[in-house]
Design a protein around this ligand. Structure first.
Ligand SMILES: Nc1nc2c(ncn2[C@@H]2O[C@H](COP(=O)(O)OP(=O)(O)OP(=O)(O)O)[C@@H](O)[C@H]2O)c(=O)[nH]1
Ligand SMILES: [Mg+2]
Length: 442
């Protein structure tokens, strides 16, 4: 996601840091590079220009030239202005005071509405809100089926009708049903069109009037670049869109539309879709996104992902084991599972501050989950006894494990050695901790 831009920005600021005192022309040169990087990432021309002008103005105001900490100041100014450009504060979710809260999804054909309905339902589930989906795209029978399949995947009910009932009526009936079942949120999936036309807008207006949504999310395909911004403008003029959801930000999209839509149209970005699975939806935080783009990482994002993935009780037990230094392969297996729940390893790595600037792009792309898969395969080939007591794994068993897991004896040996190393380190660390505690008490 926005990898090229992040890399460029991190490079620009690293160059600045090595300069020491900054002159006015240093800063002007830096801003010129930033502007080019933004434009290359497909940020709207007017938005980029306005951004640079604001940074320049503040740089003068904050007296950065000649000061020793000029680079820090300028990075801070750029970060703040970038945050503002992305929408400033993270908008609060608009819950209806009288549940259920209705969310209307709209957008052009193929933008990702139906998929995002399911992702959103799952996201809401993680936030203790029970959702229901309403299939109001009756243009294609396959669309209803698609929503039903997705609904089953994320374990939420889907309200649908195959008898030619109009979308407005379906939405109304679904709302009544949702109330009856005392669910928290109704998500309404609608039909897409190739372009913003009158029939589409009329249908949306009717649904809005009938079910009074608290949130109207416009789903935009980020691979369409600046066209997405034009679509957002057109929708915003006709319906009360409360937020944009950008899909398909995984892969190699330049993503400039995501960066410019708020400044160009007033529509704030609320979520981003980063993959096809129902998990691949992140809430959009302007400040964190700005930090990420500037190579400062997204520490809060990592913590949130970890909190979602790790069971607190399990973590405590693990810590106790680590202190005693008797970590075993069962523990390693559950750690790997927790890691997997945090999403593809590349995505997590990219959130670590500074990493993207220092690890070459190629190396980053080579880092994938296959390493984790191999380790898991080896552990799963062990007997339960071997997993808790690796001492009993002898030479012939190691050969067998390599064969069973499709790896090599070297890899098996390496893994076992790694476990022993970890045990030793843990023991040393807890000894050190105890010593520090003792000396503090004295
Ligand atoms: N890689 C990737 N693919 C996505 C993402 N979101 C949606 N897709 C894919 O985009 C395609 C279209 O998604 P749909 O959800 O069917 O789009 P839609 O807007 O409902 O389409 P219509 O109902 O035909 O207007 C599907 O193949 C999805 O898997 C995303 O965040 N990343
Ligand atoms: Mg659809």
């Amino acid at each position: 996601m926005l990898d090229t831009l992040t890399r460029r920005m991190a490079g620009i600021f690293a160059g600045l840091r090595s300069k020491g005192r900054l002159s006015e022309s240093d800063v002007a040169e830096m801003l010129r590079e930033v502007r080019v990087a933004l434009l290359e990432a497909d940020v709207n021309f007017a938005v980029a220009k306005e951004f640079i002008a604001r940074v320049k103005e503040r740089a003068v105001g904050e007296d950065v030239y000649g000061s020793l900490t000029a680079d820090q100041t300028i990075v801070r100014v750029v970060r703040d202005e970038l945050t503002t450009m992305l929408g400033g504060e993270t908008p609060q979710f608009n819950w209806s005071p009288a549940p259920p809260t209705v969310i209307l999804m709209c957008g052009l054909q193929g933008s990702g509405k139906t998929t995002t309905c399911a992702k959103l339902a799952k996201w809401l589930g993680k936030h203790d809100k029970k959702a229901m989906l309403a299939a109001c795209d009756i243009q294609r029978p396959a669309a209803i089926k698609q929503l039903e399949v997705l609904g089953e995947q994320v374990d939420v009910p889907v309200y649908s009708k195959l008898d030619g009932t109009k979308p407005v009526e379906i939405a109304k009936e679904a709302l009544a049903r949702c109330k009856h079942l005392m669910l928290d949120v109704l998500i309404v999936d609608t039909a897409g069109r190739l372009q913003v036309d009158k029939p589409l807008m009329d249908e949306l207006s009717q649904i809005v009037a009938a079910v009074k949504p608290s949130e109207v999310f416009l789903v935009l395909d980020s691979t369409t670049g600046q066209e997405a911004v034009n679509v957002a403008k057109a929708f915003y003029e006709r319906v009360e869109v409360t937020g944009a959801i950008f899909t398909k930000l995984d892969g190699d999209t330049r993503g400039g539309a995501v960066l410019s839509v708020k400044a160009a149209t007033q529509v704030p970005v609320r979520f981003i879709g980063i993959g096809e699975s129902t998990d691949a939806l992140d809430m959009f935080h302007p400040d964190r996104m700005a930090q990420r783009i500037l190579g400062m990482g997204d520490v809060l994002g990592i913590i949130e992902k970890a909190e979602e993935a790790i069971d607190l009780q399990e973590a405590k037990e693990m810590e106790a084991k680590m202190q005693k230094g008797n970590l075993n392969f069962e523990d390693m297996l559950s750690q790997l599972a927790a890691m997997r729940r945090m999403g593809p390893i590349q995505n997590v790595l990219k959130m670590i501050p500074g990493l993207s600037a220092h690890i070459p792009e190629e190396a980053m792309n080579n880092m994938n989950d296959s390493q984790v898969n191999r380790i898991e395969a080896i552990i799963l080939s062990m007997t339960p006894k071997e997993r808790v007591n690796p001492d009993i794994i002898n030479g012939s068993r190691r050969k067998r494990l390599a064969l069973g897991s499709g790896t090599s004896v070297e890899e098996v040996n390496g893994l076992i050695k790694q476990l022993y190393n970890m045990r030793r380190q843990m023991k040393q660390m807890s000894k050190l901790q105890q010593r520090v505690m003792k000396s503090k008490r004295r």
